[in-house]
Design a protein around this ligand. Sequence first.
Ligand SMILES: CC(C)(COP(=O)(O)OP(=O)(O)OC[C@H]1O[C@@H](n2cnc3c(N)ncnc32)[C@H](O)[C@@H]1OP(=O)(O)O)[C@@H](O)C(=O)NCCC(=O)NCCS
Length: 183
Amino acid sequence: MELIRLEEKHLPEFLAAIKLVMADADMLHMDVDKLYEEAVSDPERFIREQDDPLGLGADIEMPDGTFVKRLPSIVRHMWDGEICGRIGFRWSPGTTNLPPTCLGHIGYWILPHKRRKGYASKALNLMLDEARKVGLPFVDLTTDPENISSQGVIKKNGGEFLKQVPLPPQHGKGEIMYWRIKL
Ligand SMILES: CC(C)(COP(=O)(O)OP(=O)(O)OC[C@H]1O[C@@H](n2cnc3c(N)ncnc32)[C@H](O)[C@@H]1OP(=O)(O)O)[C@@H](O)C(=O)NCCC(=O)NCCS
């Protein structure tokens, strides 16, 4: 498995993959419908915004409908001859802090039929190199308290539990766990 930058030729397969994850109960909180709409409505922009190291892309809509400014970010896709998943890294230049609305430096998902092959763990490991390149001494990640799978991915990469706090109101109700990986 490697990380690739999605190209226009991958879009039909990407859209099919998104349809699969849209039907997955574990993904319902991850707003993949919006991702589908973005890829269909403006494919050129969707492809371009995978590399946005200056955070110049459009503002980001929160689950409650409010908008926040986009941070610098890099998005890659897991590839084993087919698209397997997606991983994104975002950061605030010059600081380890993130705005409270941004739930961690790195987020990811794997297609249901590609899980338990170590892909998320490897993808996170590869993305940590990008975090080192921008000079971060650590990255923070978040998981739902019940998301044992994602917690396993973080622990496999040396992550340690930091705290459990209420979700920022823009993200709805409930609690969120913070984890830290030292780089
Ligand atoms: C979480 C997710 C990304 C894990 O992807 P994955 O490629 O299957 O993860 P890995 O194969 O790298 O698993 C790494 C470790 O996590 C743990 N883990 C993964 N899936 C698990 C499961 N279903 N049950 C228990 N532990 C699990 C295990 O410790 C595993 O190591 P092992 O296989 O050596 O036992 C995937 O389940 C997913 O896409 N879930 C929905 C989206 C999501 O929750 N994203 C993260 C948001 S914070």
